[in-house]
Ligand binder design. Structure first.
Ligand code: NDP
Length: 258
């Protein structure tokens, strides 16, 4: 299986959890990207500390401010990345930033629903729109045939909790706002895939497993170390091709039903 061979990659919500580990493992590859754009809400503040430490060791790592619920911040991030790429395209966007709340059907309110939707769905939508010109440029500049994550791709980090077919198996975690938002980002992924295919851009949704992060606590049954989840994700991405665009994958490389 060919490895992920990207010139440039952008990860949202990369100051902790799965996003931070994605950045670390991308930088640690034997063929690291020429540019890794690690975005977070507060690059200069305490929340960006781990990334700041990495920047001092990796000249190919660029921290970029991006708040997934702030359209102006997303547009500004796209301008910043474009400047850095200096007329070349961006190969891979990983929409990882997300919020979770394990709220029940009885307790969930409109604010909770809208917060989850804004971060987990509107964020990836706007990021996809803002970085589309750079993704198109990467696809146009590539000699590779078909679609691939190495050429030009949007990967939305979703969750099996958003799978409508799998609800009966895992209704023990109510997480109503989260489930609905992840079902919606799955729909977004499918629409992005069908729309952006003609621009040479692959789009896929990926479930990272039940991962031990601030979000994935033992309380919610998270048992997968973050390094294993990310190793899995980075092995799945290069295996995706045109026929897989618009589908939903687990970190172990299995398809998940919508
Ligand atoms: P964490 O809670 O550990 O990290 C979440 C990340 O998202 C943080 O970097 C956080 O930044 C960022 N973020 C939240 N809101 C915004 C925003 N408005 N703009 C920019 N960044 C934001 O979560 P995980 O690493 O566990 O989760 C990453 C992704 O994986 C999420 O999409 C999640 O839904 C998904 N996932 C996780 C699972 C798990 O078991 N952990 C299971 C299934 C899916 P800040 O520090 O500023 O808050």
């Amino acid at each position: 299986m060919p490895g992920l061979n990207v010139r440039s990659v952008l990860v949202t919500g990369s100051n902790r959890g799965i996003g931070l580990e994605l950045v670390k493992q991308l930088l640690g590859k034997s063929n690291p990207p020429q540019w890794v754009f690690a975005t977070c809400r507060d690059p200069e503040g305490a929340r960006g500390q781990e990334l700041q430490n990495l920047v001092s060791k990796h000249p190919n790592l660029v921290m970029v401010k991006l708040d997934a619920v702030n359209p102006a911040s997303i547009e500004e991030a796209a301008r910043r990345v474009e400047e850095q790429l200096d007329s070349l395209g961006l190969n891979l966007v990983i929409n990882n930033a997300g919020i979770f709340s394990d709220v029940s059907l009885a307790m969930v309110d409109s604010e909770e629903m809208l917060d989850a939707y804004k971060t987990n769905v509107v964020g990836p939508l706007l990021v996809g729109q803002a970085f589309l010109p750079l993704l198109k440029k990467a696809a146009q500049g590539s000699s590779q045939k078909g679609l691939s994550c190495s050429k030009a791709a949007i990967v939305n980090i979703s969750s099996v909790l958003g799978s409508i077919e799998r609800v009966p198996e895992i209704l023990t975690k109510p997480a109503i706002s989260y489930r609905c938002s992840k079902a919606a980002v799955n729909m977004l992924t499918r629409c992005q895939a069908l729309t952006y295919a003609e621009d040479g851009i692959l789009c896929a949704a990926v479930h990272p497993g039940w991962v031990q992060t601030d979000m994935g606590t033992q309380e919610v049954g998270a048992d997968l170390p973050v390094d294993k989840s990310v190793q899995g994700i980075l092995a799945v991405l290069p295996a995706l091709s045109e026929k897989h665009s618009g589908s939903f994958w687990s970190w172990e490389g299995k398809t998940i039903p919508w």
